[in-house]
Design a protein around this ligand. Structure first.
Ligand SMILES: Cc1cc2nc3c(=O)[nH]c(=O)nc-3n(C[C@H](O)[C@H](O)[C@H](O)COP(=O)(O)OP(=O)(O)OC[C@H]3O[C@@H](n4cnc5c(N)ncnc54)[C@H](O)[C@@H]3O)c2cc1C
Length: 400
């Protein structure tokens, strides 16, 4: 595992979940890895993350599962419930049943905990994480790429842009193109469980489906916190920043009249940020000479399958292992050929869930949820067939 490869010096742009997973995977393959991160401090959004079995298999292969378990919460069921009555359209067991079916657990973790474990593992594997290093440009050279930062130029044999949906590396590779506003915004927040007095929030991963809105609720940190994501449709997003502090009174008002499990969580919430949910058309290419892209930089998606970070984690496994075999141009070609169909399918499933969760089509939308409810009760194989392709995928078992 620890033989040094040619090319051996790799720069990853972005210390998000995708960039750090890649950096760790590359270091374990014997590469010298530097991560350039624009922020002055290492941090992640103060919110939760659902880690499905397909992502957990990669994290386990990197030796992170034991450390993560102590921060995790294992939900009992994946549910879709009616926004008002709370009746169940879907109640599918997770827990041990998921481990039996897919070979890995389904966990909820705080993003900060996953990020901190990745940082620690990177340091333990001699990855250099260089903060306050905003990448401004790159140029392909004969045997690598030069990288422009404020006041200096650096060199790498290979450069990987894991710099998120507003990726500078993508822009330099493919041209300036603003991401597309999807007409959806997400309010995010966490609430201490002991601040919720009047209801017992179920220990599940729950989507509360309502007309043109939905809310996702789940526990974090062994059950100490509840995470929520409240999504609403909006015609436009006029702010320059794609994230802004929201007014919790406004949030509560938008979801007033919902089931008490939702309204009590929002009542206990003291602050929340609102995010514009953006997307991009499929990129014509992912690589350019010694440079390639990973995660949200090349395939952002709506969060309605909870798979964006999982896809970045899978990308990281594939790319690190292909590069570990030798020829980087072959590795970049194979990487795109393996990953593009997978992420395109998940992007599509995520878009479809917007219609389902928001009861699009009025009565038709409600009927679709009723049909799901019947299917989950009498023909669960129909529900499984959709999830098997997502959670049952094991990137660590591919012959790379
Ligand atoms: C509401 C919501 C809920 C979600 N829930 C889930 C979930 O439950 N499960 C799941 O799998 N996914 C979920 N996702 C998706 C997930 O958050 C993203 O797909 C994932 O974080 C992308 O990781 P990334 O590393 O590709 O990019 P990012 O996390 O965006 O990281 C990019 C990094 O690059 C840095 N950077 C950017 N530009 C530069 C530059 N020029 N120079 C240097 N550094 C730079 C940034 O500072 C940042 O640190 C959710 C998303 C949203 C919006």
């Amino acid at each position: 595992m620890s033989n040094v490869h040619q090319p051996c010096h790799i720069v990853v742009v972005g210390a998000g979940i995708g960039g750090l997973t890649l950096a760790l995977g590359l270091a374990k393959q014997g590469f010298q890895v530097r991560v350039f991160e624009q922020s002055k401090a290492l941090s992640e959004v103060g919110a939760g993350l659902q880690l499905s079995p397909n992502a957990m298999k990669v994290l386990r292969s990197l030796g992170l599962d034991t450390a993560l378990e102590s921060h995790s919460f294992a939900p009992e069921y994946a549910c879709i419930r009616d926004y008002k009555s709370g009746s169940y359209y879907l109640r599918s067991p997770l827990g041990q049943e998921v481990i039996n079916r897919y070979g890995a657990p389904y966990w909820h973790v705080h993003r900060g905990d996953l990020h901190a474990e990745l940082v620690q593992a990177c340091y333990a594997n001699d990855v250099d994480i260089e903060l306050d290093h905003k990448v401004l440009g790159y140029r392909n050279e004969r045997n690598g790429a030069s990288i422009l930062l404020e006041g200096k130029t650096e060199w790498a044999d290979l450069l990987i842009g894991a710099d998120g949906i507003h990726s500078k590396i993508r822009e330099l590779m493919l041209g300036i193109e603003a991401p597309l506003f999807t007409g959806q915004v997400a309010w995010r927040g966490t609430v201490p469980v002991n601040a919720i007095k009047n209801v017992q929030v179920q220990p599940d991963a729950t989507v509360w489906a309502g007309p043109n809105q939905h809310v996702v609720t789940y526990y974090l940190k062994g059950g100490e916190l509840i995470n929520f994501v409240a999504v609403e449709e909006r015609a436009e997003w006029l702010q320059e920043s794609w994230r802004q502090e929201g007014d919790v009174k406004d949030l509560r008002q938008k979801f007033s009249g919902w089931h008490p499990e939702v309204t009590e969580i929002l009542a206990a919430c003291e602050s929340s940020f609102v995010w514009a949910l953006n997307s991009r058309p499929t990129l014509s290419k992912w690589s350019d000479g010694a440079v390639t892209l990973l995660g949200d930089a090349c395939h952002p998606m709506l969060p309605f399958m909870a798979q964006g970070a999982a896809m970045a984690i899978e990308d990281a496994y594939v790319l690190a292992n292909l590069l570990g075999k030798g020829s980087f141009s072959q590795a970049f070609n194979d990487y795109e050929a393996i990953r593009k169909p997978r992420v395109t399918a998940i992007q599509q499933l995520s878009r479809e869930n917007a219609g389902l969760y928001h009861m699009h089509g009025g009565l038709t939308g409600q009927l679709k949820l009723k049909a799901l409810s019947l299917a989950s009760r009498y023909a669960p194989s129909i529900v499984h067939s959709k999830l098997d392709s997502v959670y049952g995928y094991d990137v660590t078992s591919l012959t790379l």
